[in-house]
Design a protein around this ligand. Structure first.
Ligand SMILES: Cc1ncc(C[n+]2csc(CCOP(=O)(O)OP(=O)(O)O)c2C)c(N)n1
Ligand SMILES: [Mg+2]
Length: 354
């Protein structure tokens, strides 16, 4: 059985984490074989996230989006590849504050996501959640959480609900390399393993927690091995390759659905933009960022497969134009949509009027 590697921050091939004595292990996933149409759908979804968030950056600069805003650009293959293996309406998803990308990957209307970012009444959280607190219970998407690591026990709770109700669903709880150092993550690991909860713990290892590299913050950087003390197996996945992610997702979903308890997916990924909109970017070199963009980009990676499947450049240009148009419509909608009425100030919030 192959061993997880320790060179965190760089993508490598999907691989099964090191063996846990006396435990069943998941099979080594293969790179997913998608047909032309399915690959185009992956490409379209990833490009939607990219173009949508590029626009978010511009709207932020214009003062139309204010407060915190964390972009997902660079990490698109993770949410898109994993989402494709989940069943909409059955499975639950929860993540941190870098969630706009996730929402788009789950097919949520870009207009209401953009309207939320600009604080409009028609936003998905009625303009009161903003960038970090978007939810869609209809899509079983549970946010949108600003407390680093808090989504992990909540994700285990969602899995508990699936098991308790026996509804056949599972949950995916996404968190970052920085969040992987929070104590509550390990309390959740223990309970999830003890009760064999159907939860996929997805570590989006983008190499940095704000301005701190994984090497500076971790005594042992192989995050996939963090579940070993609880008997939770792990797969290390190239999170810059949507087909690798999709392949690993199949194994993970099968594993949790078979009642074998949780599994960890360590996605080696990278964020191109700053941590949030104010980031001095002094903690990494321009060369490092450019190397990831030029040699590991998830869209470029998939383009090679698309070309091999007979798709031509003109088709992708057309697709890009369509997406740019949809993003423009979302931005125009968000700019013109009304703000919440004053009498909405105390609705949908935890503490009411005194
Ligand atoms: C409990 C808590 N501690 C600290 C913070 C401040 N904070 C916000 S994001 C962040 C870094 C998290 O990094 P990571 O989990 O790697 O996620 P990424 O931003 O890379 O997606 C920190 C420390 C917070 N929001 N919550
Ligand atoms: Mg990180």
């Amino acid at each position: 059985m192959a061993k997880a590697t320790q060179d965190s921050g760089r993508p490598n091939k999907a691989d099964v984490g090191s063996a846990i004595p006396n435990h069943d292990l998941p099979p080594i996933p293969g790179r997913y074989h998608a047909d032309r149409e399915e690959m185009l759908e992956f490409y379209r979804r990833m490009l939607m996230i990219r173009r949508f968030e590029e626009r978010c950056g511009q709207l932020y600069g214009l003062g139309l989006i204010v407060g915190f805003c964390h972009l997902y650009i660079g990490q698109e293959a993770v949410a898109v590849g994993l989402q494709a293996a989940l069943q909409p309406g059955r499975d639950s998803v929860i993540t941190g504050y870098r969630e706009h990308g996730h929402m788009l990957a789950y097919g949520i209307d870009p207009k209401i996501v953009m309207a939320e970012l600009t604080g409009r009444a028609s936003g998905i959280s009625h303009g009161k959640g903003g960038s970090m607190h978007m939810f869609s219970t209809e899509h079983k998407f549970f946010g949108g959480n600003g407390i680093v690591g808090a989504q992990v026990p909540l994700g285990a709770g969602l899995a508990f609900a699936h098991k308790y109700r026996n509804d056949g669903g599972c949950s995916a709880a996404y968190f970052g390399d920085g969040s992987a150092n929070q104590g509550q993550v390990y309390e959740a690991f223990n309970m999830a393993a003890l009760w064999k909860l159907p939860v996929i713990f997805v570590i989006e290892n983008n190499g940095y927690a704000m301005g701190t590299s994984i090497e500076r913050a971790n005594a042992h950087t192989a995050l996939s091995e963090r579940g070993q003390g609880f008997g939770i197996p792990a797969l290390v996945v190239d999170g810059m390759d949507v087909l690798e992610v999709r392949g690993a997702a199949t194994v993970a979903v099968d594993w949790v659905q078979a009642g074998k308890g949780p599994i960890i997916l360590e996605m080696k990924t990278y964020r191109y933009r700053g941590h949030s909109m104010s980031d001095p970017a002094r903690y990494r070199s321009r060369e490092e960022v450019n190397d990831m963009k030029e040699n590991h980009d998830p869209l470029d990676n998939l383009k090679k497969d698309l070309f091999a499947a007979g798709v031509d450049e003109a088709e992708l240009i057309k697709l890009d134009e369509d997406i740019r148009q949809q993003v423009k419509e979302a931005a125009d909608f968000a700019e013109k949509a009304p703000l919440p009425a004053n009498n909405e100030l105390y609705t949908d919030i935890l503490v009411g009027k005194y």
